[in-house]
Design a protein around this ligand. Structure first.
Ligand code: TXA
Ligand code: MG
Length: 344
């Protein structure tokens, strides 16, 4: 690693690193990305290696200009225009038929490509200065919670990448929504920063892929997005997600924590401001107030990572309502638990 930097001159340095085939971590409005020149297959392969990412899981192509979409996408369907106008730059990734202009490494051999324009001045300046689309998965080691601070990137990838651009804490805190426009009707593959409700308001025929709200692991045959199959967002300790109405959920977590403590285990609870005082003998972390799901989304990955510097053996996680960005929070929590879900 050469440096941890931010600011205009540093962005120019980072852009040259991208042009020369290097790896640059940069902030977006969702989470930090780890970028490489999407047109350079050697650089893209280095990206997979640094993250220890399975080769079948393609990165998202990040653009700073809508013209790049027409350059690198095979077919832009009519319904894409309204979505790009309404939600770009922003946390919506669109899946299109790919064009031959992209090396196959950038799309993991699929015949589609995922594209988004991030809503962050550092990310947009970096893409623009680089002069190429930037392939960027989240800048974490594969399987870990996504990074919402430059420090998280450093913790996972120090020594494996060239530059980290530090833009402070990311504002949304969960990744972009992934929407497949290569099929009809369009399918939401990953809930994220743009809610299903907001997409449905402009695209009434959009459907949720059943595994977005799944309470079970996806099989290879059923997966439409490679990322659906892989282990995700997991801290070091085992996570158990408790679902149910608020008071029953609290009681269930108290019961479970008492059982684990009797067994001599150290228990963490991922709670909320309203409930954090309910759990005794546990290491409690709050995601924020239940009255603001956006705040909860913003804190989720940071708090999951924070358990790694405690010595807890098991983390009991509260659930939140599935409305708006809550759908993305619950999808991440279910994956973080490896679908180890207990109904209160
Ligand atoms: O907010 C975000 O999207 C962040 C920031 C850095 O932009 N990026 C991110 O990338 O979350 P990553 O690689 O961690 O997640 C990309 C997701 C994966 O689930 C992947 O399987 C899916 O997008 N994906 C990529 N290309 C796809 C394609 N052609 N068809 C279906 N899903 C695709
Ligand atoms: Mg990721």
């Amino acid at each position: 690693m050469n440096s941890v930097v931010s600011g205009f001159e540093q962005i120019q340095v980072a852009a040259r690193v991208i042009q020369r085939g290097g790896l640059v971590a940069f902030p977006t409005e969702t989470v930090y990305g780890l970028g490489a020149n999407a047109l350079d297959s050697v650089a893209v392969l280095a990206l997979f290696k640094a993250k220890n990412r399975p080769l079948d899981n393609p990165p998202i192509l990040h653009v700073s200009d809508v013209n790049q979409v027409y350059q690198f996408v095979g077919e832009v369907p009519r319904n894409a225009g309204v979505l790009m106008r309404q939600f770009w730059p922003g946390p919506l990734t669109l899946v299109f038929k790919r064009s031959e202009a992209l090396p196959k490494e950038s799309t993991a051999g699929l015949d589609t490509v995922a594209v988004r324009m991030p809503n962050h001045s550092v990310a947009l300046a970096l893409i623009k200065q680089s002069g190429v689309p930037i392939a960027a998965p989240s800048a974490n080691l594969s399987g870990n919670p996504s990074p919402t601070l430059a420090q998280h990137v450093y913790d996972d990838l120090a020594g494996k990448i060239d530059v980290i651009l530090d833009g402070g804490s990311t504002s949304i805190g969960v990744e972009s929504t992934v929407l497949d426009l290569s099929v009809n009707p369009p399918v939401l593959l990953r809930p994220g920063g743009v809610s299903f409700e907001a997409i449905r308001a402009v695209l009434p025929d959009v459907v949720l892929h059943p595994f977005v709200i799944s309470e079970q692991e996806v099989t290879v045959k059923q997966a439409r997005s490679p990322g659906m199959m892989h282990k995700h967002y997991a801290p070091n300790a085992e996570v158990i997600l408790v679902e149910g109405n608020l008071s029953e959920m609290i009681n269930k977590i108290i019961d479970l924590s008492e059982q684990y403590i009797c067994e001599g285990k150290k228990v963490g609870v991922l709670a909320t401001d309203e409930t954090r005082n309910k759990y005794f003998g546990c290491t409690v972390k709050s995601m924020g107030s239940r009255s603001n799901l956006n705040l909860i989304a913003g804190n989720l990955f940071k708090e999951l990572r924070a358990f790694n510097i405690t010595s807890v053996d098991v983390i009991l996680a509260e659930s939140v309502p599935l409305d708006g960005i809550g759908l993305a929070v619950m999808n991440r929590l279910r994956k973080a638990s490896g679908y180890n879900i207990i109904k209160a």
